[in-house]
Each structure stands twice: as structure tokens, then as C-alpha cells.
Design a binder for this molecule. Structure first.
Ligand code: F6R
Length: 241
């Protein structure tokens, strides 16, 4: 695993953005895996800037988001589709039909999972997967105990994850209990991965991801087995590795 340490969150976002653009420039039709949450917000703001300055185009890019809550409309400000539209898609020149987020409102969620996998397969997997890291080691919404062999599936969210995400909702009771997430095997099939981490609160989790046992009890530990992972983070998050 390659590690890039930056002084600040801002610097992490800018360096991460350059790294991503550099990878995209070597590809004819880049396929990106995208994450939501607080950590990649700065990256998306940078990508918007670079797109508007014509340093990168998304016209030939397809994206696949990692996850979506079950039961939130795409117009709900807490849905990940809404987040992506607001924080990235509506500001860049991507063709909206190429910007995929699982549909957490699908009547048949199992079919939604199968269809999402199929779309990813047809795109030949992500060239670059952007990841954040949950305090309990989750990647996407693959909570501890998720089999490493999992593909896109419906998950029951951990109480700790619901608590961590309650900051975006009026109360924890409004945080959905389920989500659709890409599986760990789906994520591991990405050709390269950039994991973003920021803040002291993540330091313990980053250390365990890099130096702990590879175990389903800590899903992100599987990244030790991937050949092309870059962990980019600020000093606070990388303080314990
Ligand atoms: C979001 C996702 C999650 C987050 C993780 C960290 O699409 O897949 O795994 O990356 O929960 O979230 P933040 O960045 O808010 O700390």
C-alpha cells in the first residue's frame, strides 16, 4: 500500500484530486467508483474546479457509487443520490445516464443489487475506486462480519454507523436501518483504489487497516491484499501508522 501524508484536509483533497485526474488522463473511458460522506467533499469541490477550468472532462466517464440508503427518495437531502447531484454531478460535464447510484427505493431490492452488479460488470469494473473509511472498518456499507466474497447486497446498518451518520439527520430515529452497498469482492475487483482519511478520529482505524490482521471483523483490512491501493490522509489521520 502506498501512503501519502498531507498536512491538512485541504492539501489531502488537492493532492488526491491530482492523483485521480492523472489516472483518468491515461484512460479513454474512465470508470470511477465513488463514495459519499464528509471525507470526499473536498475532493469533489476540487474536481468541479478542475472541470470548470477544462483540466479534466467527464464526458467519457462513468461512475458507480458505493452505496445508498434504503427508503430515501432521490430528492431527500440525506439520500446519496442527492448528495452526489449537489456535490458533484450537477456541476460537471458528466452525462447523467452514466452517473450510477444504487436505487434504495427499488420495489425489488434483490433485483436492484443484481442489476447494479451487472452494470458494473458491463463497464468492466472500476478503474479507480474512491473510498472513505468507517470507524468500525467498514468500506462502502460493508459492516464488520461481511464476507470478503460479497457482491452488491442489502445490509442492516450497524448501530455505530447509524450513530456516526445521525449528524446529518434530525435524529437517529430518522437514520435508515438498511442500505444497498457494493460488496467487498466488487470493490476489490477495482483496478486501483484511493482511500481518503482525515482527522484524529480515524487514526486508530487507519492503523488497524494497515497493520492489523486481515479479517472480516475489520472489512477494510482486506485492502492489504489489493495490489494498487493508495491511502491519502492528513497527519491527524495517519498519526498512528
Ligand atoms: C459512503 C461510504 C462510507 C464512508 C464512511 C466514512 O459512501 O461508503 O463507507 O466512506 O462511512 O464516512 P465519512 O467520510 O463521513 O467519515
Amino acid at each position: 500500500m502506498e501512503m501519502i501524508k498531507t498536512k491538512t484536509y485541504d492539501e489531502m483533497s488537492k493532492k488526491g484530486c491530482s492523483l485521480l485526474i492523472n489516472k483518468m488522463q491515461h484512460l479513454e473511458n474512465p470508470v470511477l467508483g465513488l463514495a459519499t460522506g464528509s471525507t470526499p467533499e473536498g475532493l469533489y469541490a476540487e474536481l468541479i474546479k478542475k472541470n470548470q477550468q477544462h483540466e479534466v472532462s467527464f464526458q467519457n466517464v462513468s461512475t458507480f457509487n458505493l452505496d445508498e440508503y434504503v427508503g430515501l427518495e432521490k430528492t431527500d437531502p440525506n439520500s446519496y443520490r442527492y448528495y452526489m447531484n449537489q456535490k458533484l454531478f450537477k456541476h460537471i460535464d458528466i452525462d447523467s445516464k452514466n452517473a450510477h447510484v444504487p436505487n434504495g427505493m427499488a420495489g425489488d431490492l434483490q433485483k436492484e443489487c443484481r442489476d447494479y452488479e451487472q452494470l458494473i460488470r458491463e463497464a468492466k469494473g472500476a478503474d479507480v475506486q474512491i473510498l472513505g473509511l468507517g470507524l468500525n472498518g467498514h468500506i462502502g456499507f460493508n459492516e464488520p462480519g461481511t464476507p470478503f466474497s460479497s457482491r452488491t447486497h442489502v445490509v442492516e446498518l450497524d448501530e455505530s454507523t447509524r450513530k456516526a451518520n445521525a449528524r446529518f439527520f434530525t435524529s437517529i430515529n430518522h437514520v435508515p436501518t438498511k442500505a444497498v452497498t457494493m460488496g467487498i469482492e466488487t470493490i476489490m475487483e477495482s483496478k486501483s483504489i484511493i482511500l481518503f482519511v482525515s482527522g484524529e478520529g480515524k487514526a486508530e482505524a487507519v492503523a488497524r487497516l494497515m497493520n492489523g490482521d486481515v479479517s472480516e471483523a475489520f472489512p477494510a483490512s482486506i485492502l492489504q491484499k489489493h495490489e494498487h491501493v493508495t491511502i491519502i490522509g492528513d497527519e491527524a489521520a495517519l498519526g498512528k501508522v
